[in-house]
Design a binder for this molecule. Structure first.
Ligand SMILES: O=C(O)CCCC[C@@H]1SC[C@@H]2NC(=O)N[C@@H]21
Length: 185
C-alpha cells in the first residue's frame, strides 16, 4: 500500500515535469540554446514535496523516459542526444537538485513549510542545478566558462519566481492535504 502510494507520487511528479514542458520555452542562443523553461518548477516541487528519494526518482524517471526517446523536454525534445548537448549538465543537475531540495526539507523540519520550501527550492533547484549546468554548458556546449557563469544569470528571474511558487504550493498543500507533503512525514 505504502509502495503503491510512492509509485503514484513518483509517476505524478515525473508527469508534472513533462506537462510543464508543454509551456512555451525561450531558447537562449548565446548559451548554446539552453532554454528558459517551466520544467524546473516541477523539479523543485518534486524534491520539496516528495523528499530526496521519491523526488530524485521522479526526476530520474523523467530523464530515463527522455533518454528512451519520448519527447518530454520543452519543445518536444527527447532521445540520447539531449544528454550530449549544451543542457546535459543542467539535466544531471535536475536529479541532484531535487535530491538536495528533498534533504533540505527534511533538515529544516522545525521551520515553517513556506520558509523551508523556499530555502530548499533555492538551494536545490537553483544552486545545485547551476553547479552542474554551468560547467556542462562550458565543457559540452563550448561556451567559455566566464560567459556561461555570467550569462546564466538570465535564468535567475524565472527561477526565483519558481521558488516562490514552490513555497506557496508547499504551504497550501501542507494545510489542505498534509499527507501529500511526503518530505515532512
Ligand atoms: O530542455 C532542456 O534541454 C534542459 C533545459 C535546462 C534549462 C536550465 S535548468 C536551470 C535554468 N533555468 C531555466 O529555466 N533554464 C535553465
Amino acid at each position: 500500500m505504502a509502495q503503491d502510494k510512492a509509485l503514484v507520487q513518483i509517476a505524478f511528479y515525473a508527469a508534472l515535469i513533462a506537462a510543464l514542458g508543454l509551456l512555451p520555452k525561450v531558447a537562449i542562443p548565446f548559451l548554446g540554446g539552453v532554454p528558459i523553461t517551466a520544467q524546473t518548477l516541477g523539479v523543485m516541487l518534486a524534491g520539496v514535496m516528495l523528499g530526496p528519494i521519491r523526488g530524485g526518482l521522479a526526476v530520474l524517471l523523467l530523464l530515463f523516459l527522455t533518454a528512451l526517446g519520448l519527447p518530454l523536454l520543452a519543445g518536444g525534445r527527447g532521445g540520447l542526444g539531449v544528454f550530449a548537448g549544451a543542457s546535459a549538465g543542467f539535466l544531471v543537475g535536475w536529479f541532484f537538485g531535487a535530491v538536495a531540495a528533498g534533504f533540505i526539507m527534511q533538515l529544516l523540519k522545525s521551520r515553517s513549510v513556506m520558509v523551508s520550501a523556499a530555502i530548499a527550492a533555492a538551494i536545490g533547484g537553483i544552486g545545485v542545478v547551476y553547479l552542474f549546468g554551468v560547467p556542462g554548458l562550458s565543457l559540452i556546449g563550448g561556451v567559455p566558462l566566464d560567459k556561461a557563469l555570467i550569462g546564466s544569470a538570465i535564468y535567475l528571474p524565472g527561477d526565483l519566481i519558481k521558488v516562490a511558487i514552490t513555497a506557496v504550493v508547499a504551504q497550501t498543500v501542507a494545510r489542505g492535504l498534509p499527507s501529500a507533503l511526503h518530505s515532512r512525514s
